[in-house]
Every structure is written in C-alpha cells, then in structure tokens.
Design a protein around this ligand. Structure first.
Ligand code: MF3
Ligand code: CO
Length: 260
C-alpha cells in the first residue's frame, strides 16, 4: 500500500481499455436481461458466460479486496434497493417490478483490470427512485470531467458530494472509487463523501487510472453490513443507486474506458 499511485503508459492504458470494453459489453447485455422474475444469481451466470465468450476473466471471483478478510465468492456484485454495494448474488433473491438493481462487474485480461457498475430500474419506479438514479448518474458524469491532470482529488469528491446535495440525496460514507490497472484496487481511494477525504490531497497526473463510483442513498449516508459478510445496506432501509466508470487521466483529458 505504501507504493503510491501507479502511472500507466498509453500502451498499458490500451490494455486496461480492453478489459474495460469487455466489462461494458457484459454490463450492456446484463442491463437488457434484468427483468422481473429472474434471480440475482441468474445475473451472475449471464455475466460469467458473456465474459468467458470474450476471453475475459472475472476480476472479483475469488479476489480478496484490501478491505476484506476473505476472497469474494462471485463474479458480480448485485445490490438491490437498500443494498448499496458488494451485494452477494443469491439464487433465492428474485428481481421484481420497481426494484433498483446495481450490477458491479470487473474483468482481467492480459494482466490488466477494468471495473464498472450500472443501476437498472426494473419496470416502473417511483419519483424518488428516479431522482436518486438521475443524481447518481449526473454525479458520475460531472466527476469524470474532474479527472484531468493538474486537478485535485478533493475537487472531484466535492463535485460528487455537492451533486448529491443538489438532488436532496446522500453520498454514502466509507465506500468509493479507487485506482485501478494491474490490480482491481490500487491507490488512491476516491471517496464519494467529503467526510472521507484525508488531509493529504492527491494531484492528478497523466497516466493515472481511477474507478469513479458514486453510491447515493435516498435517506442516509450511513450503512451496515448484512449477515452474509459482504452486502452493504443503508442504515434506514432507503434505496440506493450506484454507477461506476474506469477513467484514464490522459494528455487530452479524462478518457472513459468503460464506455462502449
Ligand atoms: N467495484 C467494486 C469495488 O470497487 C468491486 C468489488 S470487489 C469485490 O468495490 F471483490 F468485493 F467484489
Ligand atoms: Co470499483
């Protein structure tokens, strides 16, 4: 962890992009498959199969993230409604009309990783959930535009946090984005909530690659861990949304690698 922030060459960024493109393709197929009656585990199976077809190795399956004591037992994180992030996909969990389903997926190919997440609205969702989705998407778009050389991490975080405030929703504390490249989780941590900013800021440099992943909830910044040891839920049971892109900081500015 003390090694600091990796800087990637254009060649390496091209490799990260390959992983990211597989992730984007898989997530677009997943987005179309999320329908009432399918299970969270069905989503997991679709993602595994589509990644395999494309030669990508699921990055999360059996991977132990730096924040966890055990390896993660699935390829996707499927977080539904009050589940914020790291939702463990389960066979018995059926998707229903009105759900907000976040699917987070990563791939490794040729030694480089890509990571992205989308939230899918199942059928008709209520106005509050629409506002929450919109806020989270807008925050990601705005944050991407802050990922340029010479800018500061704190400004990107401020953009995410203030976007949540503008929409009257809450940036979840403790969870956020991260550097990515040779490993899924690298430095720096990219918070969504300004309370999680450290005193020491980070100045963005060309060659940095970061995953930006706002997670907003309708009623609270606070979460707890569910009984399965992975799934993170909102403390008040309110719904949450999550969008994530892997972004390279290049000479030309931010380059979203997980966009088709
Ligand atoms: N995109 C998720 C994150 O950055 C990936 C979770 S890794 C897992 O936190 F192993 F916990 F699934
Ligand atoms: Co991530």
């Amino acid at each position: 962890m003390k090694r600091g922030i990796e800087l990637y060459s254009a060649k390496e960024i091209e490799k990260i992009r390959r992983a990211c493109q597989i992730v984007a393709e898989v997530l677009s197929i997943v987005a179309e498959s999320v329908k009432p009656g399918i299970s969270a585990w069905d989503i997991e199976m679709i993602a595994r199969e589509e990644a395999k077809k494309r030669g990508g190795k699921p990055a999360f399956l059996n991977y132990r993230p730096p924040f966890a004591p055990d390896p993660y037992p699935a390829a996707t994180c499927v977080s539904i409604n009050d589940e914020v992030v790291h939702g463990l996909p389960k066979k018995e969990r059926l998707i229903k009309e009105g759900d907000l389903v976040s699917v987070d997926f990563g791939v490794i190919i040729d030694g480089y990783a890509g990571d992205s997440a989308i939230t899918v609205a199942v059928g008709e969702i209520d106005e509050d959930k629409k506002r929450l989705m919109e806020a989270t998407k807008v925050a990601l778009d705005r944050a991407v535009n802050e990922a340029y050389a010479g800018n500061w991490l704190s400004r990107l975080v401020e953009t995410i946090h203030s976007t949540a405030e503008e929409y009257g929703v809450f940036p979840v504390q403790k969870y956020g984005g991260h550097g990515i490249g040779k490993k899924v989780h690298e430095e720096p941590f990219v918070p969504n909530n300004r309370k999680d900013l450290h005193k020491k800021d980070v100045k963005f440099k060309r060659g940095m690659v970061i995953a930006i992943e706002p997670m907003f909830a309708l009623g609270t910044e606070n979460t707890y861990h569910d009984g399965d040891g992975w799934t993170v839920k909102t403390s008040d049971g309110s719904p949450s949304a999550h969008f994530e892109h892997t972004v390279a900081i290049t000479k030309e500015g931010p380059l979203v690698l997980t966009e088709l």
